[in-house]
Design a protein around this ligand. Structure first.
Ligand SMILES: [Zn+2]
Length: 399
């Protein structure tokens, strides 16, 4: 099906190239004859015949043979190379584009265009070092802003794949004004550098990177979490809480992400009342299941299981969720046990079985861009490779 669609485009490209060639030659008819048009049209119809007989490879080869490389058809050749790349035949695309580059007297703009295509062929083939070299050469000489920007974006993508964070940051700097969307990945590259420095025990350098990350993207939750972790390592638990307090303002969806660290900080301060007050504030901002369960546990510990059942039931009425119901059933079972029931209510056990089965195997995180799901938080989506798009799943089936 894809082949047929691609061949349709190829057919159109060829027809346009052919049409342009004929028109161009027709314009010059007064001074020069156009001897090649009939030969081209013959092969063109042979190719068309192959196409109609569903022989795409033969059709493509015939179409390529039908095209001489000249200034009229160079764009058609570039398009052919692109089609091969889209078909997963990047090696053929490389030979077409390299063949074009070997032609003398190409215009500067055409030369730049072909180099850009060739770099994409190499990326498709996984030959990243050749693609990088080609893009850097192109960036050194091109004066065309469109090609420059495309080349930079491709180079940034490669540097990101190769985890060359520092070079990626140096490359992205000059285009941040034009491309503000790159601030988010750049902040993550700085976080990656910070994590490397933490691994090398260079806390001061790590802080420098994190500071820059927040200057790059003030809503970078990851940088804030890392700052909080550094404060906790130094025993500055209140400062860690101050950092974590920013996260709901940066991205409310990451409230569940920060809860473990928040709980740890308050526990170290032996300030459970402070933790409870903080959780109530979060509940007011977004009644996520993880916040309700954390509050339920605090009430359970302080006032007993029946109070926890009552309060959790109230919160869940406002924000029902499967995970919340599962927790509530646990509280009921605990209450029965404490009230001296030797065997639990079978209806409760049945309900618990159902909620457990529904929750089992459910992903906890989802990429907001491509829908990729995961059990744990990763900062770069393994599927679409975007940074910061994976977030906790909330709502009725969430968390
Ligand atoms: Zn994704």
């Amino acid at each position: 099906m894809q082949d047929v669609a691609l061949l349709g485009v190829l057919f159109a490209a060829l027809a346009i190239g052919f049409g342009l060639g004929v028109r161009h030659r027709a314009g010059k008819r007064l001074t020069r004859p156009a001897p090649k048009a009939p030969a081209l049209s013959k092969e063109y119809f042979v190719g068309l015949n192959y196409l109609l007989n569903e022989q795409p490879d033969e059709a493509i080869n015939t179409f390529i043979n039908a095209l001489d490389v000249n200034s009229d058809t160079v764009e058609t050749h570039i398009a052919l190379g692109k089609l091969f790349r889209a078909r997963g035949e990047a090696d053929k695309a490389v030979s077409i584009h390299q063949n074009l580059l070997a032609r003398p007297a190409l215009s500067v703009a055409t030369n730049d265009h072909i180099q850009l295509e060739l770099a994409q062929d190499f990326i498709a083939l996984g030959v990243h070092d050749r693609a990088q070299r080609l893009l850097k050469t192109l960036l050194n000489h091109t004066t065309d802003d469109t090609y420059r920007l495309s080349a930079k974006r491709l180079l940034l993508d490669l540097l990101d794949r190769e985890r060359e964070w520092q070079e990626a940051l140096e490359t992205v700097g000059p285009i941040l004004k034009q491309q503000p969307a790159l601030r988010c990945p750049a902040a993550h590259w700085l976080c990656e550098l910070a994590v490397e420095e933490i691994g090398e025990s260079s806390r001061a350098l790590a802080r420098k990177h994190l500071k820059k990350a927040l200057q790059m993207d003030e809503n970078c939750v990851r940088a804030t979490l890392l700052y909080a972790e550094l404060e906790m390592e130094n025993g500055h638990y209140q400062r860690a809480i101050d950092w974590l307090e920013r996260i709901p303002h940066q991205d409310i969806a990451h409230i569940p992400t920060m809860l473990t660290a928040l709980k740890r900080a308050y526990e170290r301060l032996e300030n459970l009342a402070g933790f409870e007050a903080h959780l109530y504030r979060l509940l007011g901002q977004a009644p996520y299941t993880s916040v309700i369960v954390a509050l339920g546990e605090l009430v359970h510990r302080r006032d007993g299981v029946d109070s926890a059942i009552e309060r959790t039931g109230e919160w869940l009425r406002e924000a029902p969720s499967l995970g919340g119901l599962d927790y509530l059933i646990d509280l009921y079972l605990e209450s029965e046990r404490l009230n001296g029931k030797t065997s639990p209510d079978t209806r409760l056990l049945l309900l618990k079985h159902h909620t457990g089965a529904l929750l089992e195997g459910r992903p906890r995180q989802r990429c907001r861009h491509c829908g990729f799901t995961s059990d744990h938080l990763v900062w770069q989506c393994p599927s679409c490779r975007r940074w910061g798009t994976i977030k906790p799943i909330t709502g009725i089936e969430g968390e």
